[in-house]
Write a protein that binds this ligand. Structure first.
Ligand code: NAP
Length: 373
């Protein structure tokens, strides 16, 4: 059987090379990505041919996702994944975990700034060749020498203006949306709230957003879904929030009041858009996010915000570490069939209560699928 599968893989590989300019080219792009990811310490030749394959396929027609998946499995090629918000708190955990699984995933990250890019570079991701190097490579190529440009793992862009988005998503099998409007607090607000507390008054500090949730969580999210659909992406994992159900998503909800951003309203709108897009999706609604270690807690899954009322009955808290949310995302990408078109909530038990969750696939399968949109 081993010999047979090797022969089959070699045959498929050669026929793909033969039909290079046709609909199979996206798979070659992935092979290139795979090789590139495997040869951080490998030869320049391997990297060059891998990147050549990726570049050549950039303008190709997207391959039907079912066929692409079968070929991918046959050829043991990693999935290409784009994580947006990759320098954010949960985004970075997710990006890092996926990069560590380089045999399964070739991971690219979209960040909002140079500072965000530096964070990704700190774990070995690359911005690709500078334009100066690309120019000198071109001169070498014009002289008949082999000089391939290094493609980026990191894209600096903006999901609202769409800058960098289409380029980043090219060739991807899956998209993980971890962008969000970020509520911010001015120092004087903290001071005023402490002062109010000292004199026995309750005062909710005033938050503000650099970019309002309507822009980031709705328009920016919609742009990502549209770009993914156009690029033939086969799975979108959207990290949203608990509290988006119609019962909980009221104007009085404190999350909606933050900076008058109505963040849950815009997140809910983006979820509806994703469900109607026709792209297979998984929507994760975490409870309150904690900067605590992952892998130490039992995770508790639910739907429709029921956990907000009965988390105690289920022995859970209302919160979950960001690192565990990242693991949930990774497992969604590993088990797309188990989470296909599902939308679910997740919180955790306190450490020491219950057994730390390892096998999520079975838990995913128990979650009901959403009614067809
Ligand atoms: P985060 O650190 O706030 O990250 C959000 C990311 O989005 C940042 O990296 C930000 O980049 C990026 N971003 C914002 N606007 C962008 C734009 N226009 N273009 C490109 N990137 C943009 O995220 P988190 O706190 O880990 O939360 C992850 C998700 O869980 C969010 O959807 C959040 O709403 C949700 N959630 C949070 C809680 C909670 O307790 N905090 C609870 C439940 C769910 P810059 O910072 O560089 O602009």
């Amino acid at each position: 059987w081993n010999l047979l599968s090797i022969l089959l893989a070699v045959t498929v590989r050669s026929s793909l090379a033969f039909t290079f300019s046709g609909g199979y080219s996206p798979i070659l792009q992935s092979i290139g990505a795979h090789r590139a990811s495997l040869c951080h310490g490998g030869s320049a030749f391997q990297l060059d041919s891998a990147l050549a394959a990726r570049r050549a396929s950039t303008h190709a027609r997207p391959l039907d996702f079912g066929r692409k998946q079968s070929l991918r499995m046959l050829m043991d090629v990693p999935k290409q994944v784009l994580v947006t918000g990759a320098s954010g708190k949960t985004g970075f955990f997710t990006f890092k975990k996926l990069r560590e699984l380089e045999k399964e995933f070739f991971t690219k990250g979209l960040v909002h700034s140079e500072k965000g890019a530096k964070k990704l570079q700190s774990i070995g991701a690359s911005l690709g060749d500078s334009s100066a190097i690309k120019q000198s490579n071109k001169k070498l190529r014009d002289m008949g020498m082999v000089a391939e440009d290094e493609d980026p793992d990191i894209y600096i862009g903006d999901i609202v203006t769409k800058e960098g988005l289409d380029e980043a998503i090219q060739g991807c099998d899956a998209l993980v949306i971890l962008t969000s409007g970020v509520p911010k607090l001015r120092k004087r607000e903290i001071f005023k709230s402490i002062l109010a507390k000292l004199i026995g008054q309750q005062r909710l500090p005033k938050f503000y957003y650099d970019q309002m949730p309507e822009q980031v969580d709705w328009i920016g999210c919609r742009n990502q879904i549209d770009a993914a659909k156009a690029a033939g992406v086969g799975h979108i994992v959207l990290v949203s929030s608990m509290g988006v159900s119609p019962q909980k998503n009221t104007p009085e909800n404190i999350l909606n009041k933050l900076g008058d951003g109505n963040i849950l309203v815009w997140k809910a709108k983006a979820e509806e858009y994703l469900k109607a897009s026709g792209v297979p999706y998984s929507i994760v609604h975490p409870g309150g996010l904690l900067n605590k270690p992952g892998g130490e807690r039992e995770l508790v899954f639910g739907v429709d915000d029921e956990l907000l009322d009965d988390y105690e009955k289920r022995g859970a808290t209302r919160a979950i570490p960001r690192a565990d949310v990242a693991s949930v995302v990774v497992e969604c990408l590993r088990h797309p069939d188990a989470v296909r078109n599902k939308s679910f909530d997740v919180v955790s038990k306190a450490p020491g209560q219950g057994t730390p969750t390892t096998d999520m696939a079975a838990l995913f399968r128990a979650i009901p699928s959403a009614a067809p949109h």
